[in-house]
Design a protein around this ligand. Structure first.
Ligand SMILES: [Zn+2]
Length: 288
């Protein structure tokens, strides 16, 4: 609840400070969670509350999908046995710091994943030059390297651990996930053991989509409703399964968004460690 209050306060501050046309849509919601029911001892109907948020059409969501989303994996020094491909997914801590400081110095404002999804879905306002930071797989470096720097810079972010690794050496633990959640980070699912969703069948849908969501929800004590596709891969056939499993939005990598389901195919880019600050900033402007 504390987090929700903070988000609401942040949203209110934005509404007050921002003069963009988006901010004038006063009906735009800051959260899509249903309001907490107020117990009533009488049979009288509750007084009317504000109108429920109206989701945008697929075309509107697509048109709003201009916010850059970055996807990181492991944050550590290279090791001798790291292959060329692995080295595109490993960000040494000093490089990671330089990239995040470049976002700050370049006028980018990291936003929370629920904030971005509220913007895409309902047109809720965002700060100028927003960006979303995401972290896939569940490396323990998300807690040891990313979390302290995100806290230092005051940046929110979203983390998508596969649940099979939780509590194992070099991977996040349930306690660490709770700490990150309490620090204002968003935790989403990344399947159980990193299966491509375009190849799932039979019982695998429940195993890879429903159970990880339930397990993370149990760990955190509140529902989890975001998904990142392993390998960034999705298929049109998987999207109804993703929605039925209770996910509100899902993140892929570089395919075009599905025009019919843009909220379930949000694009991201993986900044390689070779990008310095100016390159990163230029890529954000050019890729979204
Ligand atoms: Zn992954």
């Amino acid at each position: 609840m504390r987090r929700r209050t903070l988000l609401a306060a942040a949203g209110a501050a934005l509404l007050g400070a921002c003069s963009s046309p988006a901010a004038e849509r006063t009906s735009a919601p800051r959260s899509t969670r249903p309001p907490t029911a107020t117990p009533s001892t009488t049979a009288e109907p509750l007084p009317p509350t504000s109108a429920p948020p109206t989701p945008g059409t697929a075309a509107e969501v697509l048109a709003r999908s201009t916010v850059p989303v970055l996807c990181f994996h492991q944050l550590r020094e290279f090791r001798a046995d790291d292959g060329a491909y692995a080295r595109t997914m490993i960000t040494p801590p000093a490089t990671f710091r330089a990239q995040l400081e470049a976002l700050r110095d370049g006028g980018r404002t990291p936003v929370g994943a629920p904030q971005l999804v509220d913007h895409l879905q309902f047109g809720a306002p965002l700060p100028e030059r927003p960006v979303l930071l995401t972290f896939d797989d569940g490396s323990v470096t998300h807690h040891s390297v990313a979390l302290p720097l995100l806290r230092e810079l005051g940046f929110p972010a979203a983390f998508f651990p596969m649940t099979v690794v939780l509590g194992k050496a070099d991977w996040l633990s349930a306690d660490q996930l709770r700490e990150m959640d309490a620090a204002g980070m968003t935790i989403g699912a990344h399947t159980w053991d990193h299966q491509r969703v375009d190849r799932l069948a039979g019982d695998q849908w429940v195993e890879q989509l429903d159970r990880p969501r339930a397990e993370l929800g149990e760990i955190l004590g509140h529902p989890v409703d975001l998904l990142a596709y392993p390998h960034g891969v999705w298929s049109p056939e998987a999207l109804p399964r993703v929605e039925a499993a209770g996910y509100r939005a899902a993140f892929q990598l570089s395919d075009p968004q599905d025009p019919a389901a843009p909220l379930l195919t949000i694009r991201r880019i993986m900044p390689p460690p070779t990008w310095d600050g100016p390159t990163l900033l230029a890529q954000l402007d050019g890729s979204f």
